[in-house]
Ligand binder design. Structure first.
Ligand SMILES: O=C(O)CCC(=O)C(=O)O
Ligand SMILES: [Fe+2]
Length: 291
């Protein structure tokens, strides 16, 4: 049975599939602490932040610079592996503010529980055993990316986040209550995702699209900037570990639903995912079976 989500806070599922109020179980006070540690870290002097400067995509600063002429996203970010704990590169985990590490540790454990619960529900929803998607993950991997979008004098010229779909299974996104920035692409149109105080956004990533043999589609999304307001978002990416083999669940392949994706090792996909700049939902083509 899917674990019941009990605490009384609101959340909602990917708006392209269904918009549904559920209790996500993560204390709002912890969500507020996460936002605070991000804001406090961002306000530190640059030389302090550069102690955690990005190394092979992990750490503070711009990472995916694939071409000289690339328009860079209008964002300050940190990317850290969070689970399993042995994946953590502690030298890249800030020590200021003093409760940064402890808060992120707690939040990563709470969001893991939530991700498992949502995966169970999504699994049952397509007629599989609740733990089917989770078991297929082998070992799981969770990583955190926080985004700080400063006010931008020309929001018409630059995006906070280029259109993309997330590469992993599920993303739990905590966004600023005040400022709208996230947009999803639905039927070719960009639709703003209005923040709901206390709510989390769950995005489906490419690996879940593959595992569900296309029953779930990963969502193309982007973040826009604002002229006179800053914005933060905190994404917890949840998916298979690098050495896991990924492919559609055999139960979801039949005459009516032919296999749409080839099998691959997660690391192979992630290498492809980060090898070039983002340009919409394009990376998944790499594993699609062409008919
Ligand atoms: O800022 C947002 O709302 C989106 C962030 C995002 O898509 C990401 O970090 O992958
Ligand atoms: Fe994203």
């Amino acid at each position: 049975m899917a674990e019941k989500i009990t605490a009384g806070h609101r959340g909602y599922l990917n708006p392209t599939n269904s918009v549904e109020a559920v209790n996500h179980g993560i204390p709002v006070s912890l969500m507020e602490r996460m936002k605070r540690i991000v804001r406090e870290f961002i306000q530190l002097p640059l030389e302090e932040k550069l102690k955690y400067e990005v190394q092979e995509q992990e750490g503070y600063g711009q990472a995916f610079i694939a071409a000289e002429d690339q328009n860079l996203d209008w964002v300050d970010r940190i990317f850290l592996n969070t689970l399993p704990t042995e994946n953590r590169k502690m030298n890249l985990w800030p020590t200021k503010p003093v409760d940064f590490r402890e808060t992120l540790d707690q939040y990563s454990i709470e969001t893991q529980k939530l991700s498992n619960t949502v995966l169970c529900l999504l699994s049952e929803n397509v007629g599989l055993k609740p733990d089917c998607f989770i078991n297929m993950y082998g070992n799981i991997r969770q990583a955190m990316r926080f985004n700080y979008y400063p006010p931008c004098p020309r929001p018409d010229l630059v995006l906070g986040r280029t259109p993309h779909s997330d590469g992993g299974g599920l993303t739990v996104l905590l966004q600023d209550d005040e400022t709208v920035g996230l947009q999803i692409c639905k039927d070719g149109e960009w639709i703003p995702v209005q923040p709901i105080p206390g709510a989390l956004v769950i995005n489906i990533g490419d690996m879940l699209e593959v595992r569900s043999n296309g029953r779930y589609k990963s969502i193309e999304h982007r973040a826009v900037t604002n002229m006179d307001r800053d914005r933060i978002s905190i994404a917890m990416f949840y998916g298979p570990d690098m050495d896991t083999e990924v492919g559609p669940a055999p139960e979801l392949i039949d005459e009516l639903h032919p296999c749409q994706y080839r099998r691959f090792i997660c690391a192979e996909y992630m290498r492809h995912f980060f090898s070039d700049k983002f340009d919409g939902k394009t990376k998944i083509e790499f594993v699609k079976i062409k008919v």
